[in-house]
Design a protein around this ligand. Structure first.
Ligand code: UN1
Length: 501
């Protein structure tokens, strides 16, 4: 596994400097498509690195909160320009550390660019409300105020987009940041922080601390000086973070699992639905919280759908995402591959029909990576574990349904509620689905993935805890409302009490 060139060693970024670790060892970041390739060495941080980063962010907050928001936004605007200039380089690095195909990592960097421009624009808005007072000679309004140090714990599947969804609204609103990126994808966060630094972010305003969940994420999520924690990842870890924040009443935003569905009705354009199911199910190797891991198909078109869908899945080209011919990359790591393989066994055991895939891919160069064949289970019943639990891999469970009502019941009959989709030409049915699907996002005649940055992103039930990322909703999470009353009557006026005498 040795490489001929000495690996690049990346440091934490604390108080405006690339910082030496405080005791923690370095860990390897390897390419999941070819584990012989070492992407770099990163710091395995511990509580003292987190303390240093939080201290820096606490100090920087004193001045950053007072910088006018349009000025803060100028830095974001410059950062977006730099991201745009380096999009190709960052996309390639992201494919090397994360595995998804280059077209998708370009999309990931583009999402960060879009979010950064969008939040830069918010610097000249950050609107509050003015409203008449119930009393004469009195003025009333509400303004947003920043909160303080925001701890951010981000996943590996969108290594630049998701850190940007959290950082940009927090920063434009006047907060400071300690970012702990996923252990598997720190390089993309490193690039993002580097760009913000070049764009002129003052020292201590953005801090980056790499490492794993127990040693770096946990101390960040329960740190006494961190009033805001934003997390994207598994529901199991989200629960731990919510509990860690509860004693101090931290503001905690959680974006967690999904078991998203595409409903294909009997009147659907089947070509379109199949394209959507392929992209939704196997894009990002199924490793999206929005992935279409369930497809419910009306019985009258079920045989035709299955035949054509499975043909398309079999034709998917799997390999190294830097090769432009490749359509699907590897799983992120060995653990994730094993999880996928274990769900394949679970599905077989509970009687789901294996239609294609179901095995690790190990021929030729694929043996060097964590590749799994795109897999389809047919004839699934809605209560099977493969139709209920988030697998986070290239496995799609197809469920036959007999009616629209049954489709909605199946769709809502899971513990999660992120994204859902319906393919139909019937406008009445489409509107009924928009009303009745209990998810944060609904698509009509489009797959479950592909959220845009200026619309709220998040889900119901065990997907989230009521917050939304992106859009103005992100600003809502990273600010507190402050209501201001200005009495210019020179008399004591008592609200809700009769002042007329
Ligand atoms: C995620 O998988 O955590 O809508 C986020 C989408 C992406 C975001 C996915 N823009 O599929």
């Amino acid at each position: 596994m040795a490489t001929s060139v000495a690996p690049r060693v990346y440091k934490n970024f604390i108080n405006g400097e690339w910082a030496e670790p405080r005791g923690g060892e370095a860990y390897e970041n390897r390419n999941p498509a070819n584990t012989e390739e070492l992407v770099g060495m990163f710091v395995s941080s511990g509580p003292s690195d987190i303390d240093a980063a939080v201290d820096a962010a606490t100090e920087a907050y004193k001045t950053w909160r007072l910088v006018p928001a349009p000025k803060r936004a100028e830095i974001l605007y410059r950062a977006a320009e730099l991201l745009l200039q380096r999009k190709e380089e960052f996309s390639k690095d992201m494919t090397r550390e994360m595995g998804k195909v280059l077209a998708e990592t370009r999309g990931d960097v583009q999402e960060a660019i879009d979010m950064t421009y969008y939040m830069a624009g918010e610097g000249r808005r950050l609107f509050g409300q003015t409203t008449p007072s119930e009393l004469p000679n009195k003025f009333a309004m509400s303004v947003r105020q920043s909160i303080g140090v925001c701890g951010m714990i981000t996943p590996w599947n969108f290594p630049m987009a998701i850190p940007s969804w959290k950082m940009m609204p927090a920063l434009v609103a006047g907060n400071t940041v300690v970012l702990k990126p996923a252990e598997d994808t720190p390089l993309s966060s490193y690039h993002l922080v580097q760009v913000l630094t070049e764009a002129g972010i003052p020292r201590g305003v953005v801090n980056l601390v790499s490492g794993d969940g127990p040693n770096a994420g946990a101390p960040l999520s329960k740190h006494k000086k961190v009033p805001v924690v934003s997390f994207t990842g598994s529901t199991a870890v989200g629960r731990i973070i919510a509990e860690a924040g509860a004693p101090d009443f931290k503001h905690v935003s959680l974006e967690m699992g999904g078991k998203n569905i595409i409903i294909v009705m009997d009147d659907a354009n089947l070509d379109l639905a199949i394209d959507g199911a392929i992209w939704g199910g196997f894009g990002t190797t199924g490793q999206r919280c929005t992935a279409a891991s369930r497809v419910a198909v009306h019985k009258s078109v079920y045989p035709e759908f299955i035949k054509r869908f499975v043909e398309c899945v079999k034709a998917l080209k799997v390999g190294d995402g830097l090769d432009p011919k490749i359509e699907m990359g590897p799983c992120i790591n060995e653990q994730q591959l094993k999880t996928v393989m274990s769900y394949v066994e679970i599905g077989k055991g509970e009687g789901a029909k294996m239609l294609t895939g179901g095995n690790r891919l190990e021929t030729g160069a694929l043996a060097k990576g964590w590749f799994h064949a795109p897999t389809v289970f047919g004839d699934c019943s809605p209560k099977m574990r493969v139709a209920q639990e988030e697998i986070f891999g290239p496995v799609v469970s197809v469920i036959p349904i007999g009616s629209f009502e049954e489709a909605i019941e199946v769709a809502n009959g899971v513990p999660y509620g992120l994204s859902a989709s319906i393919y139909t030409k019937n406008v009445n049915q489409a509107f009924a689905a928009m009303r009745d699907l209990y998810t944060g996002i609904v698509y009509v005649n489009a797959p479950t993935i592909g959220a845009e940055t200026h619309l709220p992103f998040g889900g119901t039930k065990q997907t989230g805890n009521g917050h939304r990322e992106a859009a103005i909703s992100a600003i809502d999470f990273f600010t507190e409302w402050k209501t201001l009353y200005i009495d210019y009557s020179d008399t004591l006026q008592r609200a809700q009490i009769d002042n007329a005498d």
